[in-house]
Write a protein that binds this ligand. Structure first.
Ligand code: 5GP
Ligand code: MG
Length: 187
């Protein structure tokens, strides 16, 4: 159940942007579109950890096709609220996706550097048939790298958001909604 307007928000969160019901509805629409687009194709859905884990878990249950799942673990924020500009791969090796269509799933497209770097490594090292991107959120900003997601849940402004996989210093990932943080707790 999404919190009602009188539900006390967790400390530090000042506004709900997308409640659980709204997210579930949109994830269902994305799942239906993906189902149509990948019918009859070998599909591997790759979550970008940690943030993409919740979105992937919900999304794959709305994709009515045989598929496989994998994950890639990266760090790009290093604890703050602005992208550090460097993408660190936190695992040795990459998933085996050769001969398969890949759908990369992440929480939010911000500068795009993370998905750009991952897509580049997968394309050059893993021989997938294709790589598509699905993000729950896409920020309306000028991106420093050429990148576009084929499946976008919601467009948002450049603000920093938490919940539904998105963290601030490791916290808030388990909130069932996406919200903004009170300016008082931000650095
Ligand atoms: P990008 O490389 O596109 O700048 O950043 C992508 C990653 O940065 C996302 O996967 C996410 O982990 C993190 N990120 C970007 N914007 C936000 C935000 O508003 N809130 C949180 N919690 N993480 C974000
Ligand atoms: Mg992330």
């Amino acid at each position: 159940m999404p919190p009602s307007p009188s539900f006390p928000l967790p400390q530090g969160v000042d506004r709900i942007l997308f409640d659980a019901e709204t997210i579930a509805r949109r994830v269902g629409e994305l799942g239906a579109a993906i189902t149509g687009d990948f019918l009859g194709k070998p599909l591997t859905v790759v979550a970008i950890l940690q943030g993409g884990a919740l979105f992937m878990a919900d999304l794959i249950r709305r994709i009515h096709l045989p598929l496989q799942i994998q994950s890639i673990s990266v760090a790009s924020y290093h604890g703050g609220t602005t992208s550090s500009g460097t993408v660190t791969f936190l695992q040795n090796g990459l998933p085996d996706v050769s001969g398969r269509h890949v759908l990369l799933v992440d929480d939010v497209l911000d500068t795009g550097r993370t998905l750009h770097a991952i897509r580049h490594r997968l394309a050059s090292e893993c021989l997938p048939l294709s790589i598509s991107l699905a993000v729950l959120l896409s920020k309306r900003i000028d991106r420093p790298v050429p990148i576009e997601a084929q499946y976008v849940g919601f467009e948002i402004d450049g603000e920093f958001v938490v919940g539904y996989g998105l963290d601030y210093a490791g916290d808030y990932r388990n909130l069932p909604f996406v919200g903004t943080l009170s300016p008082s707790i931000l650095p």
